[in-house]
Design a protein around this ligand. Structure first.
Ligand code: UDP
Length: 240
């Protein structure tokens, strides 16, 4: 294998909405989103097929006070709509750097995005297009982490790669404890048992039961996504 052969052929990248905020309090930071799509392009240029599940925390957090006391399912639908806004912003940013993508939504809003159709999404990936999944799973009471696990399985992705603010999973909070150590790998059972903040329990259990590995890396660390995809020691892997 040459040094430039990626370890994974097809990845499911989970980006939280908050990853798009940069240092802003809410919303989408232009420079940040441009940098993120640049990192995505680097792995696409390696020949890796990339599907993205995008969160909505950056927008939904802004409306959360208004949603207080609201019916949970209604608030969740608002959250899902927020992810669609992020999906469109991502697609637009990708277009600006010559990255062709398709947005598929789990909620039907056909004027805005095509509906989620598994076979079509796989075909896009095979054609080298980035597929951005909006509206999570389409169901309230779930998260976009679970959507990432679900779509990762449906796409037969080799791995779910979750972008976070920290460059992996640590024994303790590295911001407050200088002795905190980064795990290179952890087992699913350890991650679930120790309540390590990888993904929510529903997403983790789904990945464990279907044996879909997860990698956690920092979206703020330049080149980290490429390093994960190349199989280098970056972040933390959750494996069987
Ligand atoms: N959501 C939902 N079902 C899903 C995915 C998301 O109801 O399948 C809602 C939920 O209210 C969630 C919001 O959308 O809080 C935004 O998603 P998430 O919190 O996962 O986004 P992130 O934290 O990754 O930005």
């Amino acid at each position: 294998m040459s040094a430039q052969t990626p370890k994974y052929k097809r990845i499911l990248l989970k980006l939280s909405g908050e990853a798009l905020m940069g240092d802003d309090a809410y919303g989408i930071n232009r420079a940040t989103i441009n940098r993120i799509v640049g990192e995505v392009k680097e792995v696409v240029d390696l020949g890796v097929q990339v599907a993205v599940v995008i969160g909505g925390g950056n927008i939904f957090r802004g409306v959360a006070p208004a949603a207080e006391g609201m019916d949970r399912a209604t608030a969740d639908y608002m959250g899902m709509l927020a992810t669609v806004m992020n999906a469109l912003a991502l697609q637009d940013a990708m277009k600006h750097i010559g990255l062709v993508s398709r947005v598929q939504s789990a909620l039907n809003i056909e004027q805005v995005a095509e509906p989620y159709i598994r076979g079509k999404a796989i075909r896009y990936l095979e054609e080298g297009r980035v597929v951005i999944f909006g509206a999570g799973t389409g169901n309230p009471f779930f998260t976009t982490d679970t959507a990432a696990a679900l779509r990762g399985l449906e796409m037969s992705a080799d791995i779910v790669i979750k972008a976070t603010k920290v460059d992996g999973i640590y024994t303790d909070d590295p911001k407050t404890n200088p002795d905190a150590m980064r795990y290179t790998t952890v087992s699913f059972d350890e991650a679930i048992g120790k309540n390590l903040k990888v993904m929510d329990a529903t997403a983790l259990t789904l990945c464990r039961d279907q044996n879909l590995p997860i990698s956690v890396f920092s979206i703020f660390k330049q080149g980290a996504l490429k390093r994960v995809v190349m199989g280098e020691d970056e972040g933390t892997k959750v494996l069987a």
